[in-house]
Design a protein around this ligand. Structure first.
Ligand SMILES: *[C@@H]1O[C@H](CO)[C@@H](O)[C@H](O)[C@H]1NC(C)=O
Length: 485
């Protein structure tokens, strides 16, 4: 935390002292493959569990799962290792019977996802070199190699989401990483990787370096992913290219598939600035007529810039039209004022459109980011039924821990600690469950690694709210205190 603050202050001071230094806006790559409970892709039939369901995490599901603010279920079977993160003000409701007519009681299984860092489908981009820009989004014009974080990029794992990312190539380096609103630099990230939370988020002890080195070159920065070795790995995730709608598709540097679109390749002279070129592009792309054209510009190597234009809608040809206008404007500049410091340019485009496949207009799905922003270290039990919650707190919890709910008695038992999954088979009698809890309690007291163990906190709750601190989610805890400070 302190280091972060220091770095931010330094940046601030440098910006004040040297106003001439133009701040190059960083490219941000945002991870999209969350493991939030409400993500349908995580459930065996692609459908979220409904209130009468028995929610079953396979014993091997070592995943952190961000829970919804209202969680209704009949029974919950937990894995051996993993974590549930509850938002502040969570409401947990246990169903017993036919209250929710539409939901037929059934077993719903959690599918542990395997999400790779180098799978470009898992990333959104925010960059001054994409059009349209904000918010973070997928953009068709961004070649696969540039969708995956480049070494000068910032990487964001959004607030209020959990994830599990397998880093499938090494070495991998980026400038900074932000997880749940906390910015990490090299040292703090090392600490995260070693923590139980970090091991669930970034399994297999990955080699991921945070260099702190963002792009400061006004001509743009080369993205290491365009190297053939890295590209072939990225493209192994795109073995099958989507069908294309034109007969004269073009090759794009950094892309795994041919596309129907336009590329402008330009060679530049000293004094070139990529941001000026983007201003020119923007002047044309912002015209309402071209509102469905997507574009991306990047430095390919020293002296060479590539801009991609692509039509995102049923109506084709607008990418051609706008790129022609930009092409002509640059040509006029080359033979005239030379404001853009471009030496030469070259254009390739697709014009032979086949059958026009009806597409759909983008539904601008509003991103609801506010809701669960304040992250939780609290399990708040707001329970309408008479219930007792036992929490066994330990100073140090090896591995990860889970909660167990016993619905057959009037009690909910929350055991924070590793729980033998085989003994949690559905249909366990309340007696059997309680025995396990007793056993573990004994073990907890015996093991000196836990230090002097806190006595169980017993909550007798009916209408009131009870807040119990959950010591496990250090990272999420940090975010909350960070926000409050
Ligand atoms: C990624 O982009 C899509 C639109 O392209 C958007 O719907 C989604 O919310 C974005 N996700 C994140 C995590 O930024």
């Amino acid at each position: 935390m302190a280091t972060n603050l220091l770095i931010q202050m330094l940046i601030f001071i440098v910006t004040i002292l040297f106003p001439g230094i133009r701040r190059v806006e960083a490219d941000i790559k945002t991870w999209t493959a969350d493991t939030n409970f409400n993500n349908p892709r995580l459930w065996d039939k692609g459908i979220l569990p409904c209130p009468n369901d028995r929610v079953i995490f396979p014993s091997s599901a070592a995943v952190l799962t961000f829970m919804p603010s209202k969680f209704t279920f009949a029974e919950l079977i937990l894995p051996i290792d993993g974590g549930l993160i509850f938002p502040e003000d969570v409401e947990i409701v246990l169903t017993e019977g036919e209250e929710y007519g539409a939901c037929k009681a059934k077993d719903v299984y959690f599918k542990t996802p395997v999400d790779y860092w180098y799978n470009s489908s898992n990333w959104n981009i925010t960059s001054p070199n994409v059009f349209p820009g904000l918010p973070s989004r997928k953009n068709l014009a961004v070649p696969h190699g540039f969708r995956v974080p480049c070494h000068t990029d910032r990487v964001h794992f959004p607030m209020g989401t959990t994830f599990k990312v397998h880093i499938d190539f090494s070495p991998t380096s980026v400038a900074y990483i932000q997880v749940n609103g906390i910015n990490y630099v090299s040292e703090t990230f090392e600490g995260l990787l070693k923590s139980p939370t970090g091991k669930l988020l970034f399994p297999n002890n990955p080699e991921l370096q945070l260099t702190g080195a963002e792009c400061t070159d006004p001509t743009g920065c080369y993205c290491g992913n365009v190297h053939p070795k890295v590209m072939s790995h990225i493209c192994s995730h795109h073995a099958v290219c989507p069908e294309i709608e034109c007969s004269d598709s073009i090759a794009v540097i950094g892309h795994c598939c041919k596309i129907c679109g336009v590329i402008l390749l330009l060679n530049y002279n000293t004094g070139f600035e990529i941001s000026k070129l983007m201003e020119l592009n923007r002047r044309y792309l912002e015209k309402p007529k071209f509102r469905h054209v997507e574009s991306f510009t990047a430095k390919i190597r020293e002296g060479l810039i590539q801009t991609v234009f692509i039509d995102s809608e049923i109506e084709k040809g607008f990418a051609n039209e706008v790129s022609q206008l930009i092409h002509d404007a640059i040509l006029r500049d080359i033979s005239g004022p030379a404001t853009y410091k471009v030496r030469s340019l070259e254009m390739s485009k697709s014009e032979a459109w086949g059958h026009q496949v009806p597409g759909q207009f983008y539904s601008s799905g509003g991103v609801t980011s506010g809701g669960a922003a304040a992250i939780i270290i609290f399990i708040i039990a707001v329970i309408g039924i008479a219930a007792a919650v036992y929490i066994y707190r330990r100073r140090y919890i090896p591995g990860f821990s889970f909660a167990r709910f016993d619905l057959h008695s009037e009690k909910i038992e929350l055991e924070l600690g590793t729980t033998p999954h085989d003994e949690l088979q559905p249909g366990d009698t309340p007696e059997a469950m309680r025995t396990i809890v007793e056993d573990e309690k004994a073990e907890a007291f015996d093991n000196p690694a836990y230090g002097s163990c806190d006595l169980p906190v017993v909550l007798e709750s009916s209408q009131e709210e009870n807040i119990i601190e959950n010591p496990m989610f250090g990272i999420f805890e940090d975010a909350t205190s960070h926000e409050k400070s």
